[in-house]
Design a binder for this molecule. Structure first.
Ligand code: 5GP
Ligand code: ZN
Length: 115
């Protein structure tokens, strides 16, 4: 996908405004425009990657995961939080630039049924 037709590439480039939570050399975290919890941020790689399916760069994977945990600390989510990576069509991914949702600030309920 050409970078500048991608919404999150444009956010990473500062072309579309967003509320930054964390910015590093490799990743950016910003508030979701339609928050599903009191704290809801998206962590993205600055360079375009379609989804987690295409992520082969282990260093970048580490940067993303550590940034997600750092966002949780910055948002003071000591009571707990959830990381979600909707991936491809059946995963419900709507924006085709890899992003991790960091959600917290309320009890989120169980997503997976107990056995
Ligand atoms: P997905 O369903 O692809 O996992 O999640 C995409 C997320 O991006 C949604 O939660 C949606 O609210 C958020 N989003 C879509 N467009 C924008 C935007 O222009 N700015 C911000 N900050 N978030 C957006
Ligand atoms: Zn992109």
């Amino acid at each position: 996908m050409p970078a500048m037709s991608c919404l999150f590439c444009r956010i990473a480039a500062g072309e579309i405004p967003s509320q930054t939570v964390l910015a590093t050399e490799h990743v950016l975290a910003f508030r979701d425009i339609h928050p599903q919890a009191p704290s809801h941020a998206l962590v993205i790689p600055r360079r375009h990657v379609d989804s987690l399916w295409e992520l082969l760069d282990r260093e970048l994977a580490g940067h993303l995961l550590l940034a997600a945990a750092e966002v949780a600390r910055l948002e003071r989510l000591e009571q707990g939080w959830r990381l979600i990576a909707n991936t491809r069509e059946h995963g419900g991914q709507e924006v085709g630039h890899l992003h991790l949702h960091v959600l917290g600030g309320r009890a989120l309920g169980r997503m997976l049924a107990k056995p």
